[in-house]
Structure formats: C-alpha cells, structure tokens
Design a protein around this ligand. Structure first.
Ligand code: S3P
Length: 178
C-alpha cells in the first residue's frame, strides 16, 4: 500500500499542457492506488451546468480562472485524491502555491509534436485555447517554466500509459522509503 502522506502532502496532482494525458494517467493511477480521481474541469462543468468552452465564450477566460482557482483550493483541502487540473492552472502563482503545499506534483511532459499527435477533433472542440496552432505552440513554450515547478517531471513521449503510471508509482514508493 502506498502512503502518499509525505510531509503532510495528502494528494497527487498531475500537471501539463492540453493533451498531455493527465486524465488518462490520472484515472489509471487512482484505480491502482485506490485514490479518488478528480478532474477540475469536469467538476467546474458539473457545478455550473456549462461546458468549459461556453464559460470561455460567454463569460471570458477571467471568470474561468476564478472558478478554476476556487475548485483547486477546495480539492486540495481533501485527501487521497489524484487531481488532474487544466493545462493553464499551474501557470498562476496562487494555484502553484496551494497545489505545492497540499500535493505531490508530477509534470507529464511531452514534446509539442507528441501533443499534436494526440489531438482529436472532439478534443479540440472542447478546448478553446487550442483553436490556433501557432498560438498553442507559443503557449506551450511559455508555460514550460511553470510546469517545471512540479516536484517530478515524467517524460511521456513514446511511452505507453501503463509505463508512465508505473514510473509515477515507483517514485511514490521510493519517497515512502525515505
Ligand atoms: C486550458 C486547458 C484545458 C481547460 C481549459 C484551459 C489551458 O484543460 O482547463 O480549456 O489553459 O491550457 P486540459 O489541459 O485538460 O485540456
């Protein structure tokens, strides 16, 4: 049994760009660790009866970032959860602060080529900030400095999901032996 209550950190948070695999890896990890999987975007949609794209279109990114921050604070204060947060969330100091305080943070790193190869029509439809490819690539580059504030960087290029999951589990095991 993995005890992730390391230095008071009771949750695990997965960060990374859109299409980096946070939901897929998070779901698998939660199952295997018997933790609860939480996707903050999903929670925001459910609570507000609106899709993320509609929140962006009708109220703007500013309101979305407020809802996102509130949800992150709420979720971080629980325990035994795997949090998957939207690709922009870990780029704001107020989120980084609470997440780093309460979670062990893994950055699911992938090259922009890999990210591109993982896009689907349905996935793109859901993501208002991936409308323009050039802008998305610039955003990808400018966000790296924030993602690198994670506790661990996991490279996911050319790796199967189960391999990534295993790498994360191995790190958690090693941390527990300390
Ligand atoms: C965003 C990423 C999305 C979602 C919103 C904004 C971003 O989540 O939160 O569209 O700023 O990168 P995913 O990373 O799960 O796609």
């Amino acid at each position: 049994m993995i005890n992730t209550n390391l230095a008071g950190k009771k949750n695990i948070c997965l960060v990374g760009f859109m299409f980096s695999g946070k939901t897929s890896i998070g779901t698998m990890l939660a199952k295997s660790l018997k933790y609860k999987f939480i996707d903050t975007d999903f929670e925001i949609e459910k609570e507000n009866y609106l899709r993320i794209r509609d929140i962006f279109d009708c109220f703007g990114e500013g309101l979305f970032r407020e809802l996102e921050h509130k949800k992150i604070v709420e979720m971080c204060n629980k325990q035994k959860q795997i949090l998957s947060i939207g690709g922009g969330a870990f780029c704001f100091d107020r989120n980084i602060e609470v997440i780093k305080e309460k979670c062990i943070v893994f950055y699911l790193n992938a090259s922009f080529e890999t990210i591109m190869s993982r896009t689907t029509e349905k996935g793109l439809e859901k993501r208002p900030l991936f409308n323009d490819l050039k802008k998305a690539e610039e955003m990808f580059k400018s966000r790296q400095k924030f993602y690198l504030k994670a506790d661990f960087v996991i490279n996911t290029d050319n790796k199967e999901l189960k391999v990534v999951k295993k790498e994360i589990k191995n790190i958690l095991k090693t941390l527990n032996k300390r």
